[in-house]
Design a protein around this ligand. Structure first.
Ligand code: HEM
Length: 119
């Protein structure tokens, strides 16, 4: 149940991120800033549902890592967009952003709640 809300909040964040990214990239700063604020609101949804998922299963190192990487991903989204807006985005920032986000998504998918990838 909460898993569904976590994924819903993530999807909203993801869609808003795509628009904010495109607007900043095309120099439409005003539109980007407005949607950016809405995206920050959706961050609260991701954070709240993520925290609510924690007590559903016994705590483990991987779940602790998911928590940390989840919070770091939200931070990286902000850092990435801030540099994009300022026009001083470096390859290092972009790569760290993609790596941290990928680890978060993979950890989420390998962990027992939600869509559990079994190999
Ligand atoms: C951009 C940020 C994030 C991404 C891309 C992400 C992605 C995911 C995905 C794909 C899942 C698996 C599906 C599910 O169970 O809902 C998941 C589960 C989870 N997420 Fe996130 N998440 C993010 C942020 C957070 C945050 C901020 C927290 C905590 C504060 C968090 C905590 C959790 C927990 C505890 C689970 C369940 C793990 C388990 O199965 O034991 N996530 N996340």
């Amino acid at each position: 149940m909460i898993t569904g809300y976590h994924l819903l909040a993530l999807s909203i964040t993801c869609i808003l991120f795509i628009f904010v990214f495109l607007f900043y990239k095309r120099g439409k700063t005003k539109k980007a800033v407005i949607l950016h604020q809405f995206m920050r609101l959706s961050f609260l949804g991701v954070l709240a549902t993520g925290i609510l998922l924690v007590p559903l299963m016994p705590f483990s190192l991987a779940r602790g890592a998911k928590l940390l990487f989840g919070i770091m991903s939200l931070g990286m989204i902000e850092i990435f967009l801030m540099h994009l807006n300022k026009g001083d985005l470096t390859k290092f920032t972009t790569v760290s952003f993609i790596v941290i986000l990928s680890i978060t998504i993979l950890l989420g998918l390998f962990l027992p709640l939600g869509i559990y990838l079994r190999f």
